[in-house]
Design a protein around this ligand. Sequence first.
Ligand code: SPD
Length: 291
Amino acid sequence: MKIESPRWLREKDSGPIRIEHLADRILWQGRSPYQEILLAENARLGKYLLLDGDMQSCTGDAPFYHELLVHPGLLAHPQPRRVLVLGGGEGATLKEVLRHRCVQEVVMVERDPTVVKVCRDFAPEYHGGAFQDSRCRLIVGDAYHYLQEAQGYFDVIVGDLTAEPHGLDFKELYRLISSRLGLDGLYCAQLGSGNLHEEDRFLRHFRMLRKHWSVLCPMVQFVPSYHSLWCFLTASHGPDPARLTGPEVDQRLIERTITSLHAYDGEAHRRACHLPKHLRRALEHVREGTG
Ligand code: SPD
């Protein structure tokens, strides 16, 4: 199909608000066995990826999403060596994990090799060469299957998954993830919109997660390309990013020689841990068993 440029790309499921992204150029468009893939570019936003009409990430503001998804959990762990990334085909999550030099092995499990190939070939800004790092092992396959068969334990598991992909049974997924985490292990996830009246998905996942983990640390960050306040979370049986002060976060970043982040630092960490009132109240209800 010939694509006229520039053009507006409309997101499929943006609720009562219409979200459109201006594309100066379409870099790649096609269908994989799993989904409709569209990689576009805009002079101001950078390159961005839509899967089945849902914005995944944009190189212009990727740090707002990927840095908060990864670093609070990895910094809260005393020494993460073995990390598993579920999803994250763009490679940006992988890139953030690999910034921690103490990490010796990262396994990334992504079901759709076409997404990886398209981003690898046409949007290297996402991964910055991360797929070439000798610590990285990319497995094309299904997260459940991998978790069922995996050997040993992970220090951190990062779920860079679309929160409600068709057919993904999150109850079972969380059970499997909890069975593959080591003693101080953390699960890090993105859990969808935190906008007022859009928090249902976040709360539903929060309820499922608290069945497996006693320490949950919810965080929020505005992500410009989502036009939304976005929810993140770490889950564990001990390590808790919420207990880290801003200076402690900055100190740990220095100790791990992570000096070139764009969005995340001690102050951003504290801000992310301060939830808006509507989310605090909703979580209180969940904790009291009334919501
Ligand atoms: N990496 C998966 C994140 C998916 C986020 N979609 C956001 C859509 C905002 N309208």
